[in-house]
Write a protein that binds this ligand. Structure first.
Ligand code: FDM
Ligand code: MG
Length: 211
């Protein structure tokens, strides 16, 4: 008898500058998909719970210094340490909703003036997202939101540079821009529409990033 091949889970990544609403939207999307009966897990990068993540956290909290190269490689290693778990979940049919990925890795490092090509290399071969939802905000909306300015990188001028790199990384073949200016529910509806389409499409086997 013909059995339907189990469909793998989809990898959905949220990207964008600080305070663009990524975390809120990740949580809402995960809840919604779960309520609709999907297997779904939410992850975030940096994952501050691992040994590498603790080093990253100390760096971001300005408790520890690292050279630009070292912190860049730690952020990348912090993704690589989750690849086995992620591929298992995806192949087992669980969708993954991820707050930041390799694009943040490149955008924040290149915004410091590091070479973009160099910055990309450590993440080559990570699991490629099925969709990147790039959240944008108009004008000064981000800095008006709560908590902006507490950690390293949370400066208006720096965020503007990060945004420029994100725009360079934007790949229309699998990125979609969502404007985060609206209410949380309005933005959620935009996100949900995009993700519903991705979930109902057969995306084939897992792909590798930038190979
Ligand atoms: N960040 C995040 C990087 O510089 N490189 C990376 O690879 C990643 C994933 O870390 F300023 C930056 C982006 C942000 C900071 O992220 C912490 P969260 O999402 O605010 O925890
Ligand atoms: Mg932050």
């Amino acid at each position: 008898a013909i059995t339907m091949a189990a469909r793998r889970g989809k990898l959905i990544v949220f990207e964008g500058c600080d305070r663009s609403g990524k975390s809120t939207q990740c949580a809402m999307l995960t809840d919604r998909l779960r309520k609709d009966g999907h297997k779904v897990e939410q992850l975030k990068f940096p994952d501050r719970t691992t040994s590498i993540g603790i080093m990253i956290n100390n760096y971001l909290a300005n408790k520890e210094d690292q050279s630009d190269e070292v912190i860049h490689l730690l952020f990348s290693a912090n993704r690589w340490e989750q690849m086995q778990k992620m591929s298992k979940l995806l192949l087992g049919g669980t969708h993954l909703v991820i707050d930041r990925y390799a694009y943040s890795g490149i955008a924040y490092s290149a915004a410091k003036g590091m070479d973009l090509h160099w910055c990309r290399q450590p993440d080559v071969g990570l699991i490629k997202p099925d969709r990147v939802i790039y959240m944008t905000l108009t004008g000064d909306k981000a800095s008006e939101r709560a908590d902006f300015g507490g950690e390293r990188y949370e400066k208006k001028e720096f965020q503007a540079k990060v945004e420029k790199v994100f725009e360079q990384l934007h790949d229309p073949t699998y990125w979609q821009v969502v404007n985060g200016d609206g209410s949380i529910n309005e933005v959620h509806e935009d996100v949900f529409k995009i993700v519903s389409e991705v979930i109902s499409t057969d995306c084939g086997p897992l792909n590798k990033l930038w190979t």
